[in-house]
Design a protein around this ligand. Structure first.
Ligand code: NAX
Ligand code: ADP
Ligand code: K
Length: 486
């Protein structure tokens, strides 16, 4: 087996992000994989490998911990914790295990792990130790079924209140492995070791906050089957050929900026320019008198009716207000390549005719960039429902509207009809400020204009946008500065 666990993503969201396109597999697939490798590799069970990997990670990340509390649940997640407990005790740690179930009723592997922990001299206690230097959360993994109550809830509260680090076994207890939805009572860990497979829920929704640093150990099981999702990998640097000109990198036209919202259109336009577009035009719907952006004089201002945008990449909706509504039938019908954001999406959500037009656009030329509430309006549901299954919501939108979907938020999901959805690993809450979505829309436009296929354009733009936030110096980020850093 690969004895070393690999760090996939730092919990802070700052610094280097996932260096490759990791395959992500849901709990149904993980269970099937477990079933096909019941004995692990060699003579050891998967649980034995898992326990060893956990104990080694604990030693690596909390080397000076003396007392380690291992909170074990009734299933195999608890069994992994017991295996780890036995190793850590044998390596000289003082290990205290808490159980709230009858170990005689455990699975064969978990029962064997309990016997090993007892033989190793681990202490058992119904309550957490008074003081501990680290904790293993081995309560629930992919089998968590219902909200945590009683002793389990008390133990989670104790872990979360402690100033010492928690290492979550497989996933933080109370987090949904497939969706990243967190139960009201869930563990907030400093490290999470995902076992056998990397689960998508670790990377989106509540996952990033619950997991801390994300580590992976495949327990020696190779899996080449198609994943349910992929972590988006870094953007390859593309060399600009000497023999190129501004036409090579495409024209972007921003249509938006209703009265009082002109800034949104300017942010998208500046972002498209700094994102590499050859030429950028702005059609400010609410400010026809605007002819210059003094801070970005490269931008060209036109009236939407006078501009021949048929061969351009259109970015529509940024600050569009009501004004964008009347242009949408034309835009949906004739734009060669199109990014739809904000109010363009809100109008489409209210119009079955526009929805049909969107779904009938030629394949591979359209990207929509909803935040969860805009996605909810398009799906005629609530933002809470979208957030409860971000991968599912993004895929539904992609299938329904036959376009690439960028569902924004922590762990942005990028989906396309018939394709494996991607989860973006870059970005952090510094982006939670007005205008950063406009910057993203402009950047997607620049990548489309450069000739990238829509899915690639969306993935690259989202990655770069988040990476700029991860590399941001200082605590406060502003959208106008972000335009220059992507
Ligand atoms: N068996 C194996 O070969 C392997 C197992 N692994 C571990 O096993 C885990 C999955 O094991 P299980 O399928 O046993 O699932 P879990 O250990 O996550 O939990 C399932 C058990 O908890 C109970 N339960 C669920 N929610 C509860 C709640 N709110 N309150 C009280 N009890 C509750 C269920 O009735 C069931 O008994 C993985 O997450 C992973 O940690 C992995 O290490 C890979 C290998
Ligand atoms: N907590 C967060 N973590 C990661 N990314 C975030 C977070 N909050 C916002 N973002 C990103 O910032 C951008 C905000 O877009 P949006 O909500 O449309 O804002 P606006 O309309 O004000 O520009 C999106 O790219 C989103 O993914
Ligand atoms: K756990």
């Amino acid at each position: 087996m690969s004895t070393n666990s690999e760090r996939v993503l730092p919990g802070t969201g700052l610094g280097a992000a996932g260096a490759r396109a990791w395959p992500l597999r849901d709990s149904a697939h993980t269970r099937a994989l477990e079933g096909s490798h019941p004995a692990g590799t060699g003579n050891r069970s998967l649980m034995e490998f898992a326990g060893l990997a956990l104990a080694r990670l604990a030693l690596a990340v909390v080397p000076h911990a003396r007392t380690i509390w291992v909170a074990c649940g009734p299933g195999n997640n608890g069994g992994d914790g017991l295996e780890a407990a036995a190793h850590l005790q044998q390596w000289g740690k003082q290990v205290v295990v808490s159980l709230a179930h009858d170990p005689e009723k455990s699975s064969t592997d978990a029962h064997a792990a309990w016997l090993k922990a007892r033989a190793a001299g681990v202490s058992f206690n119904d309550h957490p130790p008074e003081a501990f230097d680290a904790c293993l959360d081995a309560l629930f993994g992919i089998g968590a079924l219902r909200p945590l109550q009683g002793a389990y809830a008390d133990w989670v509260a104790c872990m979360n209140a402690a100033s010492t680090p928690t290492i979550a076994v497989d996933l933080p207890s109370g987090l949904d492995a497939d969706t990243g939805a967190a139960m009201p009572m869930h563990v907030t860990a400093q490290h999470t070791l995902s076992l056998l497979t990397l689960k998508p829920g670790l990377f989106t929704g509540g996952g990033r906050d619950a997991c801390g640093d994300i580590w992976f150990n495949d327990l020696g099981v190779q899996d080449s089957s198609p994943p349910q999702a992929l972590l988006a990998g870094p953007v390859a640097i593309t060399r600009r050929l000497h023999a190129s000109h501004k036409g090579t990198f495409g024209d972007v036209c921003i249509v938006g900026g209703a009265p009082g919202m002109t800034g949104a259109a300017l942010l998208a336009a500046r972002s498209a320019l700094h994102g590499g577009a050859g030429r950028v035009f702005v059609c400010p719907l609410g400010a026809p008198e605007l002819t210059l952006d003094p801070q970005c004089p490269e931008l060209m201002f036109r009236s939407f009716d006078d501009l021949d945008w048929s061969a351009m990449t259109l970015v529509a909706g940024c600050g569009g207000g009501q004004a964008i509504a009347e242009s949408l039938p034309l835009i949906l019908g004739h734009a060669k390549q199109l990014v739809l954001d904000a109010d363009a999406l809100n109008h489409i959500a209210h119009s079955p005719v526009l929805q049909q037009q969107l779904a009938q656009r030629p394949a591979g030329h359209t990207v929509i960039t909803p935040h969860p509430l805009e996605a909810a309006r398009l799906l005629a549901t609530t933002a809470a429902v979208v957030q409860a299954d971000r991968l599912g919501a993004a895929q539904s939108l992609a299938e329904r509207f036959q376009c690439v979907v960028v569902l924004k938020g922590s762990g942005t999901v990028i989906a396309a009809p018939g394709d494996i959805p991607r989860i973006n690993p870059t970005g952090n809450a510094k982006l939670a400020t007005a205008g950063t979505g406009d910057v993203l829309a402009g950047l997607v436009g620049a990548h489309l204009a450069a000739g990238r296929p829509a899915m690639q354009a969306a993935c690259e733009a989202v990655y770069r946008h988040g990476q700029a936030a991860d590399q941001w110096q200082g605590t406060v980020l502003s959208a106008s500065q972000l335009c220059h850093r992507t």
